[in-house]
Design a protein around this ligand. Structure first.
Ligand SMILES: Cc1cc2nc3c(=O)[nH]c(=O)nc-3n(C[C@H](O)[C@H](O)[C@H](O)COP(=O)(O)OP(=O)(O)OC[C@H]3O[C@@H](n4cnc5c(N)ncnc54)[C@H](O)[C@@H]3O)c2cc1C
Length: 198
């Protein structure tokens, strides 16, 4: 692909920011513009989630989600290490508190093993207590590869790196329509009289 290509990304959550970052890494002289409707990137789901680094415990083996989770956690932890972003691979326990939850727990263990998670194991009530003394479980899946991360820092760092690499982030720019004009796409903002952005 030619480096003179232009990319327009709508939405400055983790997905849009990571996409812009990787595009600039891959095509260093491409024009990358990210449009965000809010006054700042990362004001929605990406900074209002559980802050967990998932390793692929839940997803069906062989699915795209499973593959992305398995490779994604490695990429995200490498990024956090390089960029000195607060994160911790502290491990996770997924607990069963009643006998009827045990089959679902076993299914998670089966999926996690099939997805190649390292160190994944079923632990009993006493072992759960050693890790989480206030949890009253009958069994749990122990997932040592998983952890927690500050996704606010991730969003802000990605935004800074995008701009350092020559990408443009335009806030307060809600896209309401896209149309084709000759070889180009034109993105229209919300306000009636605003000029097209690209
Ligand atoms: C309850 C819950 C807990 C979760 N916990 C975790 C977790 O622990 N770990 C994990 O990895 N994932 C977790 N996730 C999933 C994760 O949060 C999402 O996969 C991720 O945030 C999606 O990012 P996004 O960029 O697609 O969305 P968003 O963060 O929502 O970003 C979309 C952006 O697009 C902007 N936008 C929307 N429309 C327009 C428009 N027309 N023009 C311009 N801008 C626009 C928005 O303002 C927003 O900034 C969780 C999800 C949920 C629901």
């Amino acid at each position: 692909m030619s480096n003179s290509r232009s990319f327009l990304i709508v939405g400055g959550g983790l997905v849009g920011l990571a996409t812009a970052y990787r595009l600039l890494e891959r095509y260093s002289s491409a024009k990358v513009t990210l449009l965000e409707k809010e006054p700042h990137v990362g004001l929605h789901q990406s900074t209002h989630n559980s802050g967990v680094l998932h390793a692929g415990l839940y997803y069906a083996p062989g699915s795209v989600k499973a593959k992305l989770a398995v490779t994604g956690i490695k990429q995200m932890t490498a990024f956090c290490r390089e960029q000195k972003i607060d994160h911790e691979i502290c491990g996770k326990v997924v607990v069963a508190v009643t006998p009827d939850e045990l089959p679902r727990l076993d299914e998670l263990l089966r999926r996690g093993s099939a997805n190649g998670l390292q160190g994944l194991k079923k632990i009993d009530k006493e072992d759960v207590r050693k890790i989480e003394p206030h949890v009253n479980a009958i069994a749990a899946a122990y997932v040592p590869e998983e952890g927690i991360v500050d996704y606010r820092q991730v969003c802000d760092r990605l935004a800074g790196l995008i701009q350092d690499r020559g990408g443009e982030i335009i806030n307060d720019a809600q896209v309401v329509a896209l149309s084709r004009k000759d070889e180009q796409w034109v993105a229209l903002r919300q306000k009636q009289n605003s000029p097209p952005i690209l």
